[in-house]
Design a protein around this ligand. Structure first.
Ligand code: SF4
Ligand code: SF4
Length: 375
């Protein structure tokens, strides 16, 4: 059957009118090379325990397993700069949210792709929108459809938007004319590799999620001690490798409006409901507010501020041992007589093995009497 050229042109016009920065179409065939890479990373552990496409590589790399009628993928890309703004310089008592999460920037992408899906349905075809969905490796679809190219940062880069893109697709049974992968790559640039504060990109083109601050902030459990200082004031996400990327510089300069800075004390004072509602667009493990507080405690330990010591000291007595463990680390990082006194008191009363070990390690690393490490 001949592909529907007229329909494809109409879909592109709809996507452009809806504000999408990138549009392409590809066959809904499996992505065996991506599946191999996912399996390799799971085997070596460099996926860092992330779920999502790693949890179901069979489905993620073969959209036909979820949608047996799938013939084509209509891929859209939404550029989220400059509206996402920039967090501005570090400020005591505040934390930073990565640009992709300053608000639900996926919403306009979902809306645009829903319009594309509605046009397909109106023409008599099946259509399902897949945005931030574990049933499709969206970056691989974008590369196959010619929307962008794989960067060494593992992000998909597109002309005019660089890496500041969110990707989604409409899976459909319509046979549409397909695009071609871009004949473009990063060339001699390697800027993102040294820009990563934790060496997570030391093998260019491969992300070691165990070292990636963005992945760590979205993972359950303890934030590994070796990465807590590197977390800096980040509460969610990390933009360092994207900021270093030359194809996105022009947009970054236009994104000067200050956004994405949050009051850490306010976050730590909020109840579960308020927190989960305020950050409903974040991926929070098992939707448990404790992980937002955990991140905020590490950011507080690094950012300091007038209320940092009393707030961290309060959390050193929290019922949740995970939060006590991060609070005593924060007290050690903050330093100064008041923080160290609170840390010593917490260590003396702590009975939970995890929190006790953290308190002991923080005390051992703390400066001796006479020094003043207060931030
Ligand atoms: S998001 Fe941050 S930590 Fe992760 S690879 Fe990029 S620069 Fe490194
Ligand atoms: S910083 Fe350079 S190497 Fe890294 S993704 Fe961007 S263009 Fe590619």
């Amino acid at each position: 059957m001949e592909p529907h050229h007229g329909l494809a042109a109409r879909l592109r016009a709809i996507a452009t009118e809806a504000g999408l920065a990138g549009f392409g179409i590809c066959a809904a065939d499996p992505f065996p090379e991506v599946r191999e890479e996912i399996e390799r990373r799971v085997a070596e552990g460099s996926h860092g325990g992330l779920g999502f496409t790693y949890a179901g590589p069979d489905a993620a790399t073969d959209v036909g397993s979820s949608f047996p009628w799938a013939v084509s993928l209509v891929v859209g890309a939404a550029a989220y700069l400059p509206p996402a703004g920039s967090p501005g310089p570090p400020m005591p008592g505040t934390g930073r949210i990565a640009r992709f999460a300053t608000e639900d920037h996926y919403r306009p992408l979902r809306e645009a792709l829903s319009r594309v899906a509605a046009a397909l349905a109106g023409a008599g075809f099946r259509a399902e929108v897949l945005v931030d969905d574990g049933r499709l490796v969206d970056r691989a679809a974008a590369v196959r459809a010619g929307v962008g190219w794989w960067g060494r940062s593992t992000m998909v880069l597109a002309p005019g938007a660089g890496p500041w893109l969110l990707l989604g697709s409409v899976v459909t049974d319509a046979r549409l004319p397909t695009g071609r992968p871009m004949v473009r790559d990063c060339g001699t640039c390697t800027a993102c590799v040294p820009a990563c504060p934790t060496g997570a990109l030391d093998v260019p083109g491969r992300l070691d999620a165990r070292r990636c601050l963005s992945a760590i902030a979205q993972s359950p459990g303890v934030i590994p001690a070796e990465f807590r200082a590197a977390m800096g004031d980040r509460v969610y996400g990390c933009d360092d490798c994207l900021e270093a990327c030359p194809p996105g510089r022009r947009l970054l300069e236009a994104a000067a409006v200050e956004r994405g800075r949050v009051d850490l004390v306010e976050i730590l004072a909020a109840d579960d409901r308020t927190l989960l509602r305020r950050f409903s667009h974040f991926y929070v493990p098992r939707r448990r507010a404790r992980y937002l507080r955990r991140n905020a405690l590490v950011a507080l330990g690094n950012a300091g501020g007038p209320a940092a010591v009393p707030v961290a000291a309060g959390f050193a007595g929290h019922p949740d041992p995970l939060l006590r463990a991060h609070a005593v680390w924060a007290l050690g990082a903050l330093g100064g007589p008041a923080a160290l006194a609170a840390l010593a008191a917490a260590a003396a009363r702590e009975r939970d093995p995890l929190a006790a070990a953290e308190a002991a390690a923080a005390l051992e690393a703390a400066p001796g009497p006479g020094s003043n490490g207060s931030r």
